[in-house]
Design a binder for this molecule. Sequence first.
Ligand code: FAD
Length: 527
Amino acid sequence: VSTSARLYTEEDPLVILSSSNLKPAVTNSSSAWFLQFYSSWCGHCIQYSETWKALARDVQDWQQAVRVGVLDCAQEENFDVCKEFNIKFYPTFKYFRAHSPETERGTPYRGADREIQSVRQVMVNILQNHTQQDWPERCPPLRPYSSAELLPLLGQRSDQYTAIIVEEPDSYVGREVVLDLLQFSGVEVRRALSLDLPLLDALKITTFPSVYLLHPNGSHSHLHVQKQLRFFFSSVLRTLAGVQRRVRPSSSTAVGQGGALQDQQSAWRDFSSSEVYAADLESALHYLLRVELATHSTLQGEELQVFKDFVTLVSKLYPGGGSVVKLMETLSDWLLSLPLPRIPYQAVLDLVDNKMRISGVFLGAELRWVGCQGSRAGLRGYPCSLWTLFHVLTVQHDATPTALDNTGLEGGAAPVLQVMRRYVRTFFGCEECGRHFERAAAASLEGVQNREQQVLWLWNQHNTVNDRLAGSLSDDPLFPKAPWPSPSLCASCHDEKNGVHEWNQDNVLLFLRKHYGASNISPRYSL
Ligand code: FAD
């Protein structure tokens, strides 16, 4: 089978099984499994693969209770195992209960409806069909709790929140939110039914689904969400103070601010997540010029070109026209005036230092992370500020379409992203990040046709990275990676269609323009 026929890759949030690991995976597993046996030559399987990937993404936080996998029966090495598991048509869906014996060959799911919401609900039913004996260890109870169990908790202190979702008996939202929070500590989610009148009376609940929150200090209240949707409930519960994603083992290394140059001040700087801070942007440039580029003793060829283009880009698009722009303009003029094929990097540093000393042109003399502060050294910092800088630049390019005229910068409809791509590939200290970003750019940057799409491409790519890194070692527990902007930052950015979360991209664009726009950049903590 050629690689182009591979419908699923390691980047998809599902398990790719084969003859060698199918049985070990599903035998006596601590989780249930929902598998698709497909064939890479079957047209329907090809069409369906996007839905299956979206399903896997939708339930990726449930994997300790139920895992999603695929097995390609068109691969020669899998012929025998597909026969043994009695696969005659493609795709065939089978599920395996947790703790299945070795002889188990799976129960077929023959439902005609294969849309995400329906399959997800089938997965919930499969979990609920377990008995007390074979219940998946990490799966919390999905049964409804009664008022007799819940009301005594009111007023009690606890070491965690308890969220009670009260809903109609046929609603799946409660159980879905229970599973969405499975990987999070600090909150326990319980389901209760709208038929339980003593509970409704005591909690004064009149609409369904509703969430009632018992706080660790014994107080309790309704939880306000803008839309009564699964995504909103899960998202608000995940961001309660003290609620944290449990770190999952991951191969990716933590990418933080780097040890070479640390933020000097250890006192916490208060900030608002709805603002962007000039201090972070200045620190990004400071780190980039003094640490990241300084590891290159000379710049030549593509490196020199990328550096020149980066400086030109920032000088033209950095908002506000302050000292950063002056410094970048000076650097840019100087670089363009030098006909040299190679430049010792020390000369760049000398220029930056001299320029700053003589003319008072100023770029923060130290790192000052604000919106990019990490809860400990090594988290957030520089990579956070680099994302922020490029989001600001894409939005500024959208706001000032002619800013890059006559600069010679190439890149068609996406000049900012092309510079970012080349910068990340050439200089960004995290090689793995560079490889991932390059792969994404190579796959879809060509499709960007205008400045709006340039803004949205970067937003979308950043969310893909957030998704991949959630719960990894580089995930700061105080600032957990999650789809951004959250409902509390932008409720109108989120919709739901057929039970599946959907972005409202028009509103996302409006939000990005506002959030990363010049007037939302706070000078607080900047020098
Ligand atoms: P960040 O992800 O750095 O985000 C910074 C801020 O941007 C957030 O606080 C939020 O305010 C805002 N934001 C979040 N999401 C979005 C969005 N979708 N659109 C707009 N704004 C948003 N680390 C790895 O371990 N592996 C990798 O492969 C990897 N690849 C990377 C590729 C690039 C190009 C970059 C710049 C960084 C990469 N990193 C990678 C680092 C990682 O993405 C984070 O930057 C780092 O872990 C710090 O995370 P953070 O919590 O500060 O949030």
